[in-house]
Design a binder for this molecule. Structure first.
Ligand SMILES: *Cc1c(COP(=O)(O)O)cnc(C)c1O
Length: 419
């Protein structure tokens, strides 16, 4: 009882502050509920699984649910092999290891990415060179990448941001092929996006996906590495086998964070239910990226593999992906009409591709990115403040990438799950 009294008191103070802020905003015209920003794909079944797993500690490190998730993901994605880790960033680290990249190697990265991507290369002592993006899908520009290739370049990273299949996909694959470079695909926004009928991530040497709570599916934190190459897969497997699972205290907090996401962002009555849940468990929330990580320091718990409870939720989330990706496509069509009516260029959809539409990106006036409160008022949604800098979310800029500069000041993103 004594153990519980302090957190509840502290949670209580936080909840009171939350209620007064919500009330104040409501009085000033903000809707009681805006569409979910994280965890939008979580449903009652996922919350139920989290509750059950919280009572089933003796099975937290069973391998079977993890193998099931990996096999089902590989199958769903059309990949030969998949391995689940505690983050897309960790899956990327596993891929870097599996490709044997390290001292003396150099990778070309788009100068518009998440800090955790260069971090993974930095932790492996791989040198990083940034090249510019294009402004149609915010993917790597093939011309900019071609110019930056040197004798030391070993790999390029292709991403499909916001779920749009990148404009120069074929050109980049060809460029890598001609220069004998590995292709790593960052599909953290693009789980389920296709090109020529095949899922993205199956065109390069290896790819990573994310089940972090702001991505296409949620296990709160998590990521999957895929490949069709048996020897790369064997090395991914060795990396996974030598990795730890999150320790019980951390895993418990991850499960509570998932429940908090569900009750705060996805539950049909969340405008009030969230307060009850926050009061009981609000102190358990974990952040996806620690402050140290933002400074490129490798956290102690980095490099872990996914444990059974999260894999079991992943299995359930995977069955819902087609449904949510369909909802996202319908919302994108709605935003297309809105953009059209308001004089904004709609996002570019590469021929023969189907985006996953994690978010709907738009280039708008810089004032509309600086202060996004207009969107709640006009559209009833909160706008993603992703990529206010070149290396989201840290204040670090990348030189020599004028298109990325433009996207940093003008690219906003709208939600595509509008419940
Ligand atoms: C989220 C994200 C990652 C990392 O995925 P995690 O699962 O959070 O580690 C990598 N690249 C991009 C572009 C992302 O948005």
């Amino acid at each position: 009882m004594k153990d519980n009294a302090m957190p509840i008191l502290r949670n209580g103070i936080r909840v009171m502050r939350g209620i007064s802020r919500d009330l104040y905003e409501f009085i000033n015209g903000k809707p009681l509920m805006t569409p979910p920003f994280v965890g939008g794909t979580l449903e009652a079944e996922d919350a139920r699984r989290a509750q059950i797993w919280l009572r089933r500690r003796e099975q937290w490190y069973d391998p079977d649910p993890v193998v099931e998730f990996e096999e089902k993901f590989a199958d769903w994605n059309g990949s030969k092999h998949a391995r689940a880790f505690m983050g897309g960033r960790v899956a990327l680290s596993a891929i870097i290891h599996a490709l044997g990249l390290g001292d003396g190697d150099e990778v070309l990265l788009p100068g518009y990415t998440c800090i955790v991507v260069p971090n993974a290369f930095h932790y492996a002592n791989v040198d990083i060179t940034y090249a510019d993006i294009e402004l149609e899908t915010f993917g790597p520009s093939v011309d900019a990448f071609a110019q930056k290739i040197s004798d030391r370049t070993s790999a390029i990273l292709i991403h499909h941001l916001y779920g749009l299949v990148c404009r120069d996909y074929e050109g980049l694959l060809q460029l890598a092929d001609e220069n004998d470079l590995y292709v790593i695909e960052d599909c953290t926004h693009a789980t389920g996006a296709t090109f020529r009928g095949k899922k993205v991530g199956n065109y390069g040497d290896a790819a990573f996906y994310s089940s972090e709570h702001s991505k296409c599916l949620s296990t709160v934190q998590g990521g999957i590495a895929t490949t069709d190459d048996d020897s790369i897969a064997a090395r991914l497997g060795a990396y996974a086998r030598s990795a730890d699972y999150p320790r019980p205290r951390r895993l418990e907090r991850l499960l509570y964070t998932l429940l908090l996401d569900y009750y705060e962002e996805s539950h049909p009555q969340r405008w009030w239910v969230k307060y009850a849940y926050q009061l009981l468990y609000g102190n358990k929330r974990l952040k996806s990226t620690t402050d140290a990580e933002k400074k490129s320091v490798r956290p102690d718990f980095y490099g872990q593999r996914m444990p059974a409870p999260l894999a079991s939720i992943g299995v359930d989330q995977l069955t819902k992906l087609p449904k949510y990706n369909k909802i996202r496509r319908e919302s994108a069509a709605k935003w297309d009409r809105w953009s059209h009516n308001h004089g904004y260029e709609t996002p570019y959809v590469l021929e023969d591709s189907q985006p996953s539409w994690l978010r709907y990106p738009l280039l708008v006036e810089p004032e509309r990115k600086k202060d996004t409160s207009w969107a709640v008022e006009k559209l009833g949604v909160e706008i993603g403040d992703w990529f206010r800098t070149h290396l989201h979310p840290v204040e670090r800029s990348v030189k020599g990438c004028p298109n990325a500069d433009h996207a940093v000041s003008c690219c906003i993103n709208l939600p595509t799950i509008l419940k």
